[in-house]
Design a protein around this ligand. Structure first.
Ligand SMILES: [Cu+2]
Length: 499
């Protein structure tokens, strides 16, 4: 009797546990609708999808029902500018790199019209990572110039997905800019935010090295070796910087739909001076919080969100940092607002400033490549200016900026610089030996360090001649002979260089 009683009590407990487990399971199933549910969901109505060029995105879906969305995507092959003076023929979805942003809701039925412009030279297709089916649409969409292909798919999984061309040689089509993002919002839409932007990283491979002027064709060998000349946001150097920076106001929440087209590199996406409050890892459902840098695979994405608390310029980078400062992977978010008691609590700015010279103020040198001083046939002044401009883009640009405007409190301007125009020898010495200590340029004090630039006599002469003949400066011409003579003299002391 005893034993039987015990057994039946145990089985009752087991039964109760089983019942609860089944109950829980069916409960969670009801909340988390699966792909099958969205496959069967009825669509209500039809409209043409709004498509946008980066850095903008179409309006949120909100709480609309699933519907039929018609996407009209036109492929265009067109020449663009990778960086000042460097032309590149891009292949694009919708005329931009990355291609047009597509915004859908889970359960939508998409009727995709892929049109290949008659002026194009190549056949193309599209593989959308949100499509469940062979090739992600690629097998049904190969389209010759002057033709159109149509196919339909249903969005079964919410998330942020990459699309790209998958026509052979696939790597080349992607390397030329054929990628973009398609967002599938969950039922009810993503939570609203104040600002939304669309950015995609990509690596580019050109015959010439970074900044080499003229029309630059694609370089297959560098692509295979995974050695890009350019790593950029939104298709070109500076596409999201300067007056094309993305913007927000203090107190706003910013959401960036961030993709990586590759074709080769993964991105360590970071915003200097910000922390991502939320990251939808890899563009999926999982949310990580308080993230400094998020990894975005080639052919992958992430949704990052953060509230901006203080005004200023925040730099977007791939934190594989040479890509940012030497290959173009640098963007800007400009946050407007007043610096006040509240923002000062978050960030004080410099509260004290002095000179610290433990080693007696010697200036660091960049490592010398071979120390040899190249000598070539004398150039004309226009030739000097031309090669000087190119050099400027490669060496001085990062600090002194594209129009020589400098960066307040950090890098002095070279445009209309009284310091520069007053004394050419001093300018040559600054480039040859570096410059540190306090300098006053156009009435503003700077106290920073410029490292010596390790250029040949010709290069120093060319870059300074370019600077002197640009942006309202006094048109001085610096000859290689002058540079050579100054190089032979001992470097001025930091204090001497400053006055
Ligand atoms: Cu293509």
């Amino acid at each position: 009797m005893e034993i039987t009683f015990n057994l039946s009590r145990q089985s009752k407990v087991v039964a109760a546990a089983l019942f609860m487990a089944v109950g829980l399971f069916s409960c969670s199933k009801k909340e988390e609708k699966d792909a099958k549910y969205y496959q069967d969901i009825k669509v209500e109505g039809q409209k043409e999808a709004e498509l946008t060029a980066p850095p903008f995105v179409p309006k949120p879906v909100g709480d609309r029902a699933a519907m039929k969305l018609v996407v009209n995507m036109e492929i265009k092959e067109e020449e663009g500018e990778m960086v000042d003076g460097v032309k590149y023929t891009y292949w694009t979805f919708g005329g931009s790199v990355p291609g047009s942003f597509i915004r859908t809701r889970v359960g939508d039925e998409v009727e995709f019209h892929l049109k290949n412009h008659p002026d194009n030279k190549m056949p193309h297709n599209i593989d959308l990572h949100t499509v469940t089916g062979p090739g992600g649409g690629a097998t049904s969409s190969l389209v010759a110039p002057g033709h159109e292909k149509v196919f339909n798919f249903k969005t079964l999984n919410p998330g942020l997905y990459v699309y790209h061309c998958a026509t052979a040689p696939v790597g080349m089509h992607i390397a030329n800019g054929m990628y973009g993002l398609i967002l599938v919002e969950p039922e009810g839409g993503l939570p609203p935010v104040d600002k939304e932007y669309y950015i995609m990283q990509g690596d580019f491979y050109t015959k010439g090295s970074y900044g080499e002027q003229g029309s630059q064709p694609f370089d297959m060998n560098k692509a295979i070796k995974e050695q890009p000349d350019y790593v950029v946001f939104n298709g070109k150097v500076g596409a999201v910087a300067g007056d094309k920076a993305i913007t927000a106001k203090v107190g706003e929440t910013v959401r960036i739909y961030m993709g990586n087209g590759g074709p080769n590199l993964v991105s360590s996406f970071h915003v200097i001076g910000e922390i991502f409050d939320k990251v939808h890892i890899e563009g999926g459902d999982m949310i990580n919080k308080n993230v400094q840098t998020t990894l975005i695979p080639a052919g992958g994405s992430a949704i990052v969100e953060f509230k901006v608390d203080v005004p200023g310029t925040f730099i977007l980078v791939d934190h594989s940092i040479f890509r940012a400062f030497n290959k173009g992977a640098l963007g800007m978010l400009k946050v407007e607002g007043e610096d006040n008691k509240d923002t000062k609590k978050v960030y004080s700015g410099t509260t004290q400033e002095g000179i610290y010279l433990p080693e007696g103020g010697t200036i660091q040198n960049m490592p010398k490549e071979n120390g040899a001083v190249k000598s070539t046939v004398a150039k004309t002044v226009p030739e000097q200016i031309k090669s000087g401009k190119e050099l400027y883009g490669r060496t001085c640009f990062a600090c002194h900026q594209s129009e020589g405007q400098g960066v307040p409190n950090a890098f002095p301007p070279l445009a209309k610089s009284d310091f520069l125009n007053a004394n050419p020898d001093r300018a040559v010495n600054a480039v040859l030996h570096g410059l540190s200590g306090e300098v006053v340029v156009n009435g503003k004090k700077f106290n920073n360090v410029m490292t010596s630039q390790n250029l040949t006599d010709d290069e120093v002469a060319d870059v300074l001649t370019y600077v002197y003949n640009s942006w309202g400066n006094n048109k001085t011409v610096i000859t290689p002979a002058k540079v050579k003579a100054l190089r032979a003299k001992p470097a001025p002391k930091a204090a001497a260089a400053a006055h």
